[in-house]
Ligand binder design. Structure first.
Ligand code: ARG
Length: 469
């Protein structure tokens, strides 16, 4: 039976009827639809609409639908179902007869889809946070393994100052930990239950909304039925968070691609994650990285599609909202697929530390340290900057580095230079002067690694807690 044919005099245009369906994509919500239907059935029993026996039959029917879906790997099929809600109703009636139609008492698909989507997003957040912890761990392990190896840090993609390789890798950990935190924050607003909101004005039966929310492990019921049935902020917020996450991954991928080019040679592409060229025999291409960068466009595209779908909608439910599902699923699927790839790549990659170290010592990257040497001897910073700038100019003329200038040459610029200047120019010293929290001095980087490990540990604990909740 259709869910709404009573008032219609004409048949639907068959092409339109097929086209307006959502079952093809919302069938993946079946698990959540069944859980939400179970909670609603309990509430119906408490409201006196279902008898105790009827409740048992309904719950058994729902359970059997779940088992059937599990056996077919979740890929349930039905040539007539309009959407996942219709599918469950048809299946239930097929199994327990007319009683199946009672389940829809006092509820609307508008609250159902809002509930299913919240359950889906909540589970996706928990899963993604788990994957993010693995990504962070892979980066942190590599940071630790890099020990005291140094590399150039860039500003404007020009040599800036030397840093520890570990320090550079921890920068990415910071981004991913923020992503994990943003997901957790988003989860708070996801975790409320629309059940009992009805079509727009609230349930027509005295359903215990707090009870239903608790059954589904939501923090509580939503506060306003009009908002609850029309709100997809949580979808947009989630996908926006994913677009920022994938943007971070894309920046990472871009940097790795640059560093793996022959010109840099810092990164040796892992063969297990690269491909060759069908034409040029010598090629090893950074496909994984390029796809990561490419997929980012897709996630950002989903976020944009959602924003535009929502922007002109009057309250409350409109069928346009059905269009929010596919971008949501696509963005989540894309992120799910990306993260383990990134973890695998980071575990497999080799850094050419010799080359990085060498690059860290060329191109006047100790110039700011040199100016600091003067500052520590009472020279005003602007003057010190100017004098080291002149020293660099001299080096450029002589085609050498600061450490190659003689004391005599230096003393022309400022008589305070003495033998100790040589030591301050050494890579070891340049790294060591950045001795502040979050700086690249080796001890600070070790601290950074320890802090990252702690945060990853608590991220894992939080995720486990939700998994067992
Ligand atoms: N398939 C619909 C959707 O995803 C379910 C809600 C339908 N509600 C309605 N009033 N037509 O949005």
């Amino acid at each position: 039976m259709k869910m709404w044919s009573g008032r219609f005099r004409q048949m639907l245009d068959p092409q339109f009827e097929r086209w307006q369906r959502s079952f093809e994509f919302d069938r993946r919500l079946l698990k959540y639809e069944l859980a939400a239907s179970g909670a609603h059935a309990h509430a119906l029993k408490n409201a006196g609409i279902l008898s105790a026996d009827e409740l048992i039959s309904v719950l058994e029917g729902l359970q059997r639908i779940g088992e059937m879906a599990a056996a077919s790997n979740g890929l349930v099929d039905d040539d007539e179902a309009e959407d996942v809600h219709h599918f469950v109703e048809k299946q239930l009636v097929g199994r327990i007869g007319e009683l199946g139609y009672k389940l829809h008492s006092g509820r609307s698909r508008n609250e159902q889809i809002a509930t299913d989507l919240r359950l889906y997003v909540r589970a996706a957040i928990d899963e993604l946070r788990k994957e993010l912890a693995e990504v962070c761990l892979a980066f942190t392990d590599r940071a630790e393994r890099a020990g005291n190896a140094a590399m150039p840090a860039y500003t404007h993609l020009q040599h800036a100052e030397p840093v520890l390789v570990g320090h550079w890798l921890l920068a990415y950990v910071e981004m991913f930990l923020r992503d994990a935190e943003r997901l957790a924050d988003c989860r708070k607003r996801v975790n409320v239950c629309p059940l009992g909101s009805g079509a727009v004005a609230g349930a027509t039966l005295p359903l215990d909304r707090a009870f239903m929310a608790e059954e589904l492990e939501f923090g509580g019921p939503t506060g306003n039925s009009i908002d609850a049935t029309s709100d997809r902020d949580f979808v947009l917020e989630f996908v926006n968070t994913l677009s920022l996450l994938s943007l971070h991954l894309s920046r990472w991928a871009e940097e790795m691609i640059i560093f793996s080019s022959q010109e840099f040679g810092f990164v040796q592409l892992p063969e297990a994650y690269s491909t060759g060229s069908s034409a040029m025999p010598q090629k090893k291409n950074p496909d994984l990285l390029e796809l990561v960068r490419g997929k980012t466009g897709r996630v950002i595209g989903s976020a944009t599609a959602l924003t535009i779908t929502l922007k002109g909608l009057p309250l409350a439910y409109n069928k346009d909202l059905q269009e929010t599902q596919e971008p949501l699923f696509d963005a989540a699927d894309t992120a799910f697929a990306l993260l383990p790839q990134v973890t695998g790549w980071m575990k497999a990659v080799e850094f050419d530390q010799g080359r990085m170290n060498e690059a860290a010592q060329a191109g006047f990257m100790n110039a700011w340290a040199a100016a600091t040497y003067l500052v520590n001897r009472g020279v005003p910073s602007r003057v010190a900057h100017e004098q080291i700038g002149k020293a660099v100019k001299l080096c450029l003329e002589k085609n050498c580095e600061l450490q190659d200038l003689t004391l005599k040459e230096l003393r022309v610029l400022n008589p305070v230079f003495d033998e100790s200047f040589q030591d301050c120019l050494k890579l070891r010293s340049v790294l060591a002067i950045h001795d502040v929290v979050g700086g690249t001095a080796p001890e600070r980087v070790r601290q950074g690694i320890a802090v990252a490990r702690k945060k990853i540990e608590s991220l894992r604990e939080e995720v486990d807690l939700h998994a067992h909740a």
